[in-house]
Ligand binder design. Sequence first.
Ligand SMILES: C[S@@+](CC[C@H](N)C(=O)[O-])C[C@H]1O[C@@H](n2cnc3c(N)ncnc32)[C@H](O)[C@@H]1O
Length: 269
Amino acid sequence: MIDIREGDNLELLKKIGSESVNLIYIDPPFNTGKVQKRKTIRTSSDENGDRVGFHGKRYSTEIIETKGYNDSFDDYIGFLEPRLREAYRILKPDGSLFFHNDFREVHYCKILLDRIFGRDSFINEIIWAFDFGGRSRKRWAPKHNNILFYAKNPKKYTFHYDAIDFIPYRSEIAGKEKLKRGKKETDVWWNTIVGTNSKEKTGYPNQKPENILRRIIKTSSNPGDLVLDFFAGSGTTGSVCQKLGRNCILIDNNPEAISGMRQRLEPAA
Ligand SMILES: C[S@@+](CC[C@H](N)C(=O)[O-])C[C@H]1O[C@@H](n2cnc3c(N)ncnc32)[C@H](O)[C@@H]1O
């Protein structure tokens, strides 16, 4: 069951029962200070076109759609706090929260989450490392996101070690057996972003790769569990839940996100 709900998440969260959800993943706007926009363009062969491709062949481009949402907050922590308090109320006693953010605000968010969940409930900071786009000449180019993992009860929470993938050893020093078997992935996840030509690409700004959600949902929930994403965007969480046999509630206040999710998910829902 995939349940798509449109509206401000604070109001909609208040309608969800206490201790009813097994796993929450959220990827709120990062407070970049900009409107996040993605244009979808169509290219067609045109000898007077503005783009030049292989062998000098010319193409013209046409913008067919622009999707976006606001990402500028005067009081970002004040915006998040009541929503994260609702998240804590809604989580089952053995449930977990994964909070996706980046270098701009993650440290303030960690302090807020420690206040709501308790410091002992902080389990991991996962670093999602990617390599895409330009490099600043004035500082180290930021090429990672941070995902904070909290368990409501740090003594008893769902975590399937066996579901963690094996990754290859990088060093030739490892023996033949180890090289063949690989090693368990850690809290640093190397994964490309959703590429322009990727089959997953929806055109929604800041769409996250299914592989990131797959790791989280496989290890921190069971088949048939209920997962919640209340900053759902293009519905990546819902897509992975469908593939892994989890139920899912997806909330967003942007009508473009809602219609995109319906297209992406409802045929199979
Ligand atoms: C970074 S995007 C999420 C992207 C998503 N993880 C994906 O893979 O496509 C953040 C989303 O939060 C939504 N949003 C922002 N404020 C909201 C609010 N108060 N209530 C509901 N949704 C909100 C935006 O419309 C946007 O779609």
